[in-house]
Design a protein around this ligand. Structure first.
Ligand SMILES: NC(=O)c1ccc[n+]([C@@H]2O[C@H](COP(=O)([O-])OP(=O)(O)OC[C@H]3O[C@@H](n4cnc5c(N)ncnc54)[C@H](OP(=O)(O)O)[C@@H]3O)[C@@H](O)[C@H]2O)c1
Length: 279
């Protein structure tokens, strides 16, 4: 009994070693980068704009930095970024992302959700308030935005057949325990699990996670530059610190139209979590 889903013309193409690797599949499509003005998100914005995507960039309150990024991108690539300001915990802000997509008019290919907070709370100072604050910024906000954008993409996907891709940002500390990271790592681990649950939710929307290691830009800049991770280079666990381009490329992979992976976590840490017992 032949498969009801078999595509003989496709099989015949592969027997002749003919493959389809689109050059710039995100060109002309809209992509949302929430937290796209930060140390890591801004590298993705540059990568997507270079490819010809129409990028909607979200930030919470640092308008000066958002406008600076807008200027630099316009000067470098001649492209105008659409900016969305405000806290993603606010339903009106989450709606503003979708309104920006509609106003742009290009089909939405996906979204990367970068907002988070390092939640550096000393063990002794952990309290209901500090843990709740981290849960709000590292879990509730990103999950609610993913829920709203995923639901919209699934709906549009049913109409057009296209679908879309969501990428959430966790941390290596969500997949491997590091001392003194209780307030930060717990909610990020929950975010990883939420991504898997969301991946079950829809048929046309993929949901994946990128988990960065010690990266030189953004919220880890101060701890990395202060030498917190030097011993991992000295021991040979990692050859260098992470760079925003490392993370941008990984997120870009999951945004690829027709993405076949879902519910997965890609740890981009130079090998730190698996080799950290070296030093
Ligand atoms: N940098 C690293 O080495 C590293 C390592 C592991 C994991 N990560 C994770 O990667 C993600 C990005 O980190 P990053 O270093 O790029 O952070 P960042 O430089 O601090 O940037 C954070 C971005 O998110 C926005 N944002 C924060 N909270 C928001 C909220 N509630 N609503 C809307 N926007 C909000 C910020 O806007 P404003 O500036 O206007 O507030 C900014 O655009 C985070 O989830 C982080 O946990 C980073």
């Amino acid at each position: 009994m032949p498969s009801a889903y078999w595509d003989e013309s496709l099989a015949e193409r592969y027997r002749r070693f003919h493959y389809d690797f689109p050059e710039k599949p995100l060109a002309g499509r809209a992509v949302i980068v929430a937290g796209g003005t930060g140390g890591l998100g801004s590298a993705l914005v540059a990568l997507l704009v270079r490819e010809g995507a129409r990028v909607i960039v979200g930030y919470r309150s640092n308008r000066e930095r958002a406008e600076k990024l807008q200027q630099v991108i316009e000067a470098q690539f001649g492209a105008k970024l659409h900016l969305v300001a405000g806290d993603i915990l606010d339903p009106a802000v989450r709606k503003a992302y979708l309104d920006a997509v509609k106003a742009d008019g290009a089909p939405l290919a996906g979204a990367a959700i970068f907002p988070g907070d390092p939640a550096r709370v000393p063990f002794e100072s952990l309290s209901r308030e500090t843990i709740t604050a981290s849960l709000e910024s590292n879990y509730a906000g990103p999950v609610l935005l993913a829920r709203d954008l995923g639901a919209a993409m699934e709906g549009w996907g049913k109409a057009s057949g296209a679908g879309g891709n969501l990428v959430l940002l966790a941390t290596m500390q969500a997949v491997a325990p590091f001392a003194s990271s209780l307030a930060y790592a717990g909610p990020k681990a929950a975010l990883v699990h939420a991504a898997r649950v969301l991946a079950l939710q829809w048929n046309k929307v993929s949901v994946n996670v990128v988990a960065p290691g010690a990266t030189v830009a953004g919220m880890a800049e101060s701890s990395v530059s202060a030498g917190k991770y030097d011993r991992h280079i000295s021991s040979g666990a990692i050859s260098r610190f992470g760079r925003p381009e490392d993370i941008a490329r990984a997120v870009r992979f999951f945004l690829e139209p027709g993405q076949y992976a879902t519910g997965q976590v890609l740890v981009v840490d130079g090998g730190l979590t698996i080799r950290r017992d070296r030093g």
